[in-house]
Design a binder for this molecule. Structure first.
Ligand code: ADP
Ligand code: ASP
Ligand code: MG
Length: 424
């Protein structure tokens, strides 16, 4: 007998039939004698709808966010998960399974004060563990916790993954299964590249890069927690028949295991390709080339919570003037330009230019640490397709390339095949 946390994403609980299907997956594990806690997302599309409602309200003057009070945003947006947790508990009870729903505040899942993008600080798993010991299934609303102000706090989009892994760590689960609408982690988004291959295993570090560079299959924070707390995490499909052969295999369930790199025997040089849409580029022209100029630019942007990503600075010809180019999420361009305008004198630039609708494609693989020429292969493959590169950043295990939006799919496919990732 083991302890398992099962998480079901939005498409897995999209309607009443899908929720009944989820109940069958849960029943399979209960019948096998395991202790089970379930984490659910809102029905797919629901969170977007709730966010839209909040954004449709009049702006609150003096609120602690540019548009609305983030605590009330959380009160609204967390409601989607309350609905699905209750519905799944009812579906389980109807199958004669002892089940009870739990909201974040009831456990409680304690978070910090960053409403809308809160981080989990502490989970008291005692009550749930006791109930699981008595044979009760805990059905937990994902995406939400309780802030220091005793108000509901949400964990950022895709946050139910993080709820699940954090709960698995708190109750010392033997496994955390993330059920979604694909049957594992692929070499790239299988909806963009049909030739993508499912990975049997992927290393924590690689999954971390994939997630932070745009593969939304897992929220970044969930991978960090799995890595730190050594949670055995699988990504698998809720769309397969819950009672098909092998679905209940405890040691070797169908799907992708996120694990230490030592567990991966045949390490490829490149493991996967990720992409992130809606990037924007901002360039400051004829900037004074002197110490402190970067601090003058990026300090105020950081204070305004604008996430700057790729940074390129040109070498100035005569040592006096230079250009600085960097990327921010498209949604932050307006705010960034405003902040730069307010600091124009301190920074000392001539003009600011910007371009939205760009895409960052990234090549990821631990094997890059010990192989030369990986970047050159990407540049040549993109050049052969006539794709212009606007900026590049690299780390030990990844190369990120900024390109024009319309070339996104072509670039992902090209990179995927140039490293031999296409399935035969
Ligand atoms: P859920 O609602 O279950 O949390 P998400 O939509 O957040 O599901 O994540 C699953 C989606 O992630 C898939 O439908 C797929 O299109 C996308 N995805 C992007 N990159 C990958 C990848 N490398 N492997 C698998 N899925 C990926
Ligand atoms: N429902 C939330 C969202 O759409 C959380 C999640 O699905 O993980 O972002
Ligand atoms: Mg998700």
């Amino acid at each position: 007998m083991a302890r398992i946390v099962m998480k079901f994403g939005g498409t897995s609980v999209a309607d009443l039939d899908r929720i009944k299907n989820v109940a069958r997956h849960v029943k399979r594990e209960v019948d096998a004698g395991h202790e089970v806690a379930v984490v659910v997302s809102a029905m797919s599309g629901k969170t977007n709808e709730l966010v839209g409602w909040v954004q449709g309200m009049p702006k609150v003057v003096g609120a602690n966010s540019p548009f609305y009070d983030a605590r009330e945003y959380d009160a609204v947006v967390a409601s989607g998960e309350q609905v699905t947790s209750g519905l799944l508990a009812i579906a389980l009870q109807a199958m004669d399974i002892n089940a009870r729903s739990w909201q974040g505040w009831q456990i409680p899942i304690r978070t910090d004060n960053a409403h809308g993008a809160a981080r989990i600080l502490e989970i008291d798993g005692a009550d749930i563990v006791k109930r699981m010991g008595e044979g009760q299934v805990a059905v937990i609303a994902g995406f939400q916790g309780l802030g220091p102000d005793n108000r509901i706090a949400t964990l950022g989009r895709g946050g139910s993954d993080t709820s699940a892994v954090a709960i698995a760590a708190a109750v010392k689960a033997d496994r955390c299964d993330i059920y979604t609408d694909v049957d594992g982690v692929y070499t790239t988004d299988p909806r963009i590249v049909p030739q993508a291959r499912r990975l049997k295993k992927i290393a924590f570090e690689e999954m971390l890069e994939m997630a932070s560079l745009g593969a939304k299959v897992l929220q970044v924070r969930s991978v960090e927690l799995a890595m730190v707390f050594k949670v055995r995490t699988f990504v698998r499909s809720s769309f397969e028949d819950p009672d098909a052969p092998g679905m209940g295999d405890f040691l070797n369930p169908p799907g992708t295991l996120i694990c230490d790199e030592e567990e991966i025997v045949e390490q490829e040089v490149v493991t996967g390709i990720a992409y992130a849409k809606d990037e924007a580029q901002i360039s400051l022209r004829r900037l004074a080339d002197r110490p402190g100029v970067s601090a003058a630019i990026f300090g105020p942007l950081a204070e305004s919570h604008i996430n700057v990503d790729m940074i390129v600075q040109n070498i100035s010809e005569d040592g006096s003037k230079t250009d600085m180019t960097f990327t921010v999420p498209s949604g932050d361009v307006e705010k960034a330009i405003k902040v730069l305008g307010e600091n124009k004198e301190k920074i000392g630039y001539d003009v600011v230019q910007n371009e939205s609708g760009l895409v960052k494609v990234s090549v990821i693989g631990i094997g890059m640490r010990s192989h030369a020429g990986v970047a050159a292969t990407a540049f040549k493959a993109l050049a052969d397709k006539g794709i212009n590169i606007k900026a590049i950043t690299t780390s030990e295990i990844k190369i990120s390339i900024l390109i024009d939006g319309p070339y996104a799919e072509l670039a992902v496919r090209t990179l995927h095949s140039c490293y031999g990732l296409d399935k035969n």
